[in-house]
Design a protein around this ligand. Structure first.
Ligand SMILES: [Zn+2]
Ligand SMILES: [Zn+2]
Length: 179
């Protein structure tokens, strides 16, 4: 018997007879152990993922339910390219392993999938991140660089909204003109 911990094979549970109410299994596992690596350099994983799973037995099957996964990562903002803290979590962890009594069940692949699903497609450090200056590349959240820039899209949107809003004074003006 070797206690060798293979990479990507860490969330193993030996299914013995579980009590009828089941058992709670909690702990932490590193993203590296889950075999999650970021090749694009958009994410960093300074902390381990914490998991809390409820295991119960149904006949010869092992049920994993009421699972909760949480991990704090560092993500790169798509607009300003600064890294910021981002918490990923999910309660949507439900799995069934059939006919596994007496066996060692490896949950690693499923847990990896469960957390990968909640990774965001796009990341913003804040809703109103001002991004980088298209002219000089300065981070505009840290102050204005003074470059001449074309009008920002956000301003256009605001202007559109304003023109759509009914203006009570416009109606009054019209009345005055008519008289
Ligand atoms: Zn940003
Ligand atoms: Zn600039």
């Amino acid at each position: 018997m070797s206690g060798k911990k293979e990479k990507g094979r860490v969330l193993q549970y030996h299914v013995m007879d579980l009590p009828s109410q089941g058992v709670d299994w909690e702990g932490t596992v590193s993203m590296e152990e889950l075999d999650i690596a970021d090749d694009d350099g958009r994410f960093e994983f300074p902390e381990e993922l914490s998991f809390k799973l409820h295991l119960s037995q149904l006949g010869d099957d092992l049920l994993v339910s009421s699972g909760h996964l949480a991990v704090k990562i560092r993500a790169m903002c798509d607009r300003c390219t600064e890294f910021f803290d981002l918490k990923l979590e999910t309660d949507d962890v439900c799995h069934r392993y059939e006919k596994v009594t007496g066996e060692v069940v490896d949950l690693t692949d499923d847990i990896r999938e469960d957390i990968l699903i909640v990774f965001p497609q796009s990341c913003l450090c804040s809703e109103d991140c001002r991004g980088l200056c298209p002219v000089c590349g300065a981070n505009l959240n840290e102050g204005d660089c003074g470059c001449e820039r074309p009008e920002e899209e956000e301003d256009d949107e605001e202007a559109e909204e304003a023109s759509e809003r009914p203006n009570p004074w416009a109606a009054l003006d019209k009345l005055k003109l008519d008289n």
